[in-house]
Design a protein around this ligand. Structure first.
Ligand code: PRT
Ligand code: MG
Length: 227
């Protein structure tokens, strides 16, 4: 032992590009934290912030819980939709203390305009449902007692009913513009969605004095109660 203390990595916050990054920045700014890099212009995946002890990593939206669960990130911001699909859902390691109220949308069942969804469900037809949200769709239709075949897709769900891949989709809707542009209409709401701050449980214990002020800042900036 040479007696030197091992330098600890800065607190690491995992965000995804797009609306989560865009809507988290103002919350950080409220906490006095600026992100100097222009995300559009840089290809960097690790971004410093004005706080030397806080850095941001850029990952796919659906990978945020994985980075936080394994402790590669101390914190992250992820949609409730993503958290609901994350496996194993009830594993330890992930704590969801704050609903940030950002990136809001609804999760819906949608069908082509003119498709009689109620009649199809009433007649007990076996519906084919295309979605990225397999878990949520399964739970929704099981609770209704409707038999469905779920077809897993990774994007552009709106296309599936237009080309005969599925009768219905389960997707996120915010303005409704995408459904409308593809001649689809929402027929059922499954859930309201917003993004949560998630925290690695071990980090919360070992780095509590660093993380608590950040959590408080997020709570204040989002005007959120603990969930
Ligand atoms: O795009 P990528 O495959 O990398 O990942 P992602 O789609 O998971 O990431 P991203 O950045 O698109 O979304 C991140 C999070 O934002 C999601 O996990 C949701 O919690 C939240 N969010 C809020 C949304 C929307 N609103 C939303 N409208 N995510 C996706 N959409 C899509 C929707 O799937 C549909 O294709 O936007 C389209 C509908 O929008 P409207 O406005 O036309 O209704
Ligand atoms: Mg997307």
């Amino acid at each position: 032992m040479n007696g030197r203390l091992q330098a600890r990595p800065p607190i690491t916050l995992a965000l995804s590009k797009g609306r989560i990054f865009d809507e988290t920045l103002p919350l950080l700014a409220d906490a006095g934290i600026e992100v100097p890099d222009d995300l559009e212009a840089t290809r960097k995946l690790i971004l410093p912030t004005s706080d030397p002890d806080l850095r941001i990593i850029i990952v796919r939206a659906s990978d945020v819980p994985t980075y936080v669960q394994y402790g590669a990130a101390d914190l992250g911001v992820a949609g409730k939709d993503v958290l609901n699909e994350h496996q194993p859902r009830h594993s330890g390691g992930l704590y969801q203390p704050i609903d940030l109220g950002i990136a809001r949308c609804r999760m819906c069942v949608a069908v082509p305009v003119g498709f009689d969804y109620e009649a199809a469900v009433y007649q007990g037809a076996r519906l084919r449902v295309a979605t990225k949200y397999v878990q949520a769709a399964r739970e929704h239709f099981a609770a209704k007692g409707v038999h469905v075949d779920i077809i897993k897709l990774y994007g552009s769900m709106e296309l599936a009913p237009l080309v005969g891949l599925a009768d219905a989709i389960v997707d996120l809707v915010s303005t409704g513009g995408t459904l409308k542009a593809n001649n689809l209409t929402p027929v059922e709401d499954i859930a309201t969605i917003s993004s949560r701050l998630i925290v690695n449980q071990a980090a919360l214990k070992t780095r509590r004095e660093r993380l608590e002020p950040l959590l408080d800042a997020f709570r204040r900036a989002s005007g959120s109660e603990d969930v």
